[in-house]
Design a protein around this ligand. Structure first.
Ligand code: 6PG
Length: 235
């Protein structure tokens, strides 16, 4: 499995990730006239999205989706959508009809997940992911049925209880969506992720227990702290 690693100093992390994403968005647009991009949540991407918003991209040709969402109102401080709006979408001219929020707060979350799967492009042009301290990605948590799902593309799930995660009930893309995406960019920063990243990228392939391994073929943007325990790779 030959993943592409981009390891940078912490102060260069956001710029390196934003540049990689912008390059892949432009490549998709050159190839197909538009780009379908799925955003991830959490804390890592926010500074990346702020810088991305300054890129000279054909924003009206971008279609935005989400890889996962917490079951909270769209204005909640825990909402991945709220973070993406604050950091990026409120500052770029992507038409509202082309921003597809994941309605995880709906009472009929399972039905809402099926409805979201119906509008989620297959494949996505570009999928952004983060990695949690337990090796989860999107809201695919180790050892859960969703981490082993092979058919449904979006599921309503429950995350491990707080404080590990901001909200228990969530909605998430599943392994088939990650595996089918034309391009995947995984953003991981911080020495606290070094051990789990070593297991993910240097350890045996066991994606049901380390769901972030589903993205191994992607481009991994790491800061030096997160990459500290990785084996040396031939350039
Ligand atoms: C979420 C994210 C989740 C995130 C990881 C890493 O809803 O929280 O989609 O998968 O990417 O938990 O989060 P940090 O970037 O905050 O470490």
């Amino acid at each position: 499995m030959t993943e592409a690693l981009v390891v940078v100093a912490p102060e260069q992390f956001a710029a390196a990730a934003a540049a990689t994403i912008a390059e892949l968005v432009l490549a998709a647009m050159a190839a197909r006239g538009h780009c379908t991009l799925a955003l991830c949540g959490g804390a890592t991407p926010e500074p990346v999205y702020r810088l991305l918003g300054h890129a000279a991209l054909p924003w009206p040709r971008l279609h935005v989706f989400f890889g996962d969402e917490r079951a909270v109102p769209p204005a909640s401080s825990d909402s991945n959508y709220a973070m993406a709006r604050r950091a990026l979408l409120d500052h770029v001219p992507v038409p509202e009809r082309q921003v597809h929020r994941m309605p995880a707060e709906r009472a009929d979350r399972a039905d809402a997940a099926a409805a979201y799967a119906a509008i989620l492009p297959d494949p996505l042009d570009l999928l952004l992911l983060g990695v949690g301290p337990d090796g989860h990605t999107a809201s695919l948590f180790p050892g859960t049925p969703a981490a082993r799902e092979q058919h449904q593309r979006v599921l309503a799930v429950d995350a491990p209880s707080p404080p590990l995660t901001p909200a228990v009930a969530r909605m998430t893309i599943t392994p088939p969506v990650i595996l089918a995406a034309r391009e995947v960019v995984v953003m991981v920063r911080g020495a606290d992720k070094a051990a789990i990243l070593q297991a993910i990228l240097d350890g045996p392939q066991r994606p049901a227990m380390l769901p972030a391994q589903l993205a191994r073929r992607g481009t991994w943007i790491l800061d030096q702290g997160a990459a500290a325990q990785l084996q040396q790779r031939d350039d």
